[in-house]
Design a binder for this molecule. Structure first.
Ligand SMILES: Cc1cc2nc3c(=O)[nH]c(=O)nc-3n(C[C@H](O)[C@H](O)[C@H](O)COP(=O)(O)O)c2cc1C
Length: 139
């Protein structure tokens, strides 16, 4: 939880999926480290969002002021801990979906693998379904 964020009439958002490039034995711990650092950086840039990890693939949604989302996106795109970053959606929205979460993360969720694989093959119609799934994990 965090203090209420200022209202931004226009929030940029970014939804992507990628493949984990970390050795599987280390990945869960490494992802926890990524999340711990991300919570701080996202909060400082007024960015909120959620991350899913199924052991091999990441799905992440971020929302916030354009400059904050752009800065984090640049870092994420350059991060060698994952590859094949595929954007599903970049849009503007007027209110936050994950307003109480700098970065919601539910831990490795292997049992949703099939669902993620099906969704990422079904670009772009799956965006809202993916966001719904992220929401269902954190609310
Ligand atoms: C799957 C994945 C998700 C990430 N999510 C975030 C995030 O939400 N916020 C963030 O600040 N960094 C995130 N990172 C880490 C960034 O890629 C980067 O290492 C970090 O922001 C430091 O930025 P810098 O390398 O440009 O200094 C993520 C990395 C990975 C692999």
């Amino acid at each position: 939880m965090q203090n209420p964020l200022p209202h931004h009439p226009n929030l940029d958002c970014w939804l992507y999926a990628s493949h984990c490039a970390l050795p599987s034995a280390w990945a869960p711990k490494a992802v926890e480290d990524i999340v711990a650092k991300s919570i701080q950086r996202n909060a400082s840039l007024e960015v909120t969002g959620a991350l899913l990890f199924n052991g091999t693939r990441f799905v992440q949604f971020l929302e916030g002021p354009a400059n904050g989302v752009a800065a984090i996106r640049q870092s994420i795109l350059a991060d060698s801990r994952h590859r094949n970053v595929t954007t599903f959606m970049t849009e503007q929205q007027s209110c936050r979906i994950f307003s109480n979460w700098s970065l919601a993360y539910a831990g490795p969720s292997v049992f949703i693998s099939d669902k993620i694989e099906n969704m990422v093959r079904n670009i772009p119609s799956a965006s809202s379904e993916i966001i719904d799934m992220l929401r269902s994990f954190v609310f």
